[in-house]
Design a protein around this ligand. Structure first.
Ligand SMILES: [Fe+2]
Ligand SMILES: [Fe+2]
Length: 187
């Protein structure tokens, strides 16, 4: 696997993160990070994007968050900075690094930045898709943190709404049935 070193780094860091969140070990990797990477690559194929940019950005998109939850509000900005250092050290061209950084900078549903490249759209859409694909994991995460049923429902509903709202028009069409079903179940 081309980026195996990065897969291993993020998987290991996500397991440390799981411990801090009182989650099942491996939960964030299995139900969020790996689906985001896989969905990004599916979308990159579908939308004709640069698969290398998309894959590396998807691997690192929540890196700053995994390092420290205190980074959460700025994890898109810090993640872009951290990945630049790693990729520069590994000898990647600056042009490639800049494209990866933009994908990380613009992946969040709660920070609506204009996206200019198809690679940015692939990573942001894949991140949003993973939230719709992993509703049970999201609910469990909030419950493990000690939230009540009402609080879990409120958090997850808001997250799903924001995730669907940030998707591109094409990805919204792909995910519409699932979105409608989830919204029928949440209260
Ligand atoms: Fe994120
Ligand atoms: Fe994410």
């Amino acid at each position: 696997m081309k980026y195996e070193k990065y897969y291993r780094l993020i998987k290991a860091q996500s397991e440390i993160f799981d411990k801090t969140q009182n989650c099942e070990i491996g939960q964030t990797w299995k139900y969020h990070l790996l689906p985001v990477i896989n969905n990004s690559l599916i979308l990159a194929e579908k939308y004709n994007a640069d698969k290398d940019v998309v894959e590396v950005a998807a691997i690192f998109h929540d890196y700053a968050d995994l390092l420290d939850m205190a980074n959460r509000d700025k994890h898109h900005i810090l993640g872009a900075e951290f990945v630049e250092k790693i990729l520069q050290k590994d000898g990647f061209k600056q042009n490639f690094i800049d494209k990866v950084k933009l994908c990380i900078l613009n992946h969040r549903a709660s920070v609506v930045n204009e996206k200019f490249s198809i690679e940015e759209i692939c990573v942001a859409d894949a991140d949003a898709m993973s939230h719709l694909d992993s509703v049970v994991e999201l609910i469990c995460w909030r419950a493990y943190l000690g939230e009540s049923i009402e609080e879990c429902n409120k958090f997850v509903k808001r997250k799903i709404e924001k995730s669907y709202a940030k998707m591109s028009k094409e990805t919204k069409i792909l995910m519409k049935d699932k979105y409608d079903c989830i919204m029928k179940v949440l209260f």
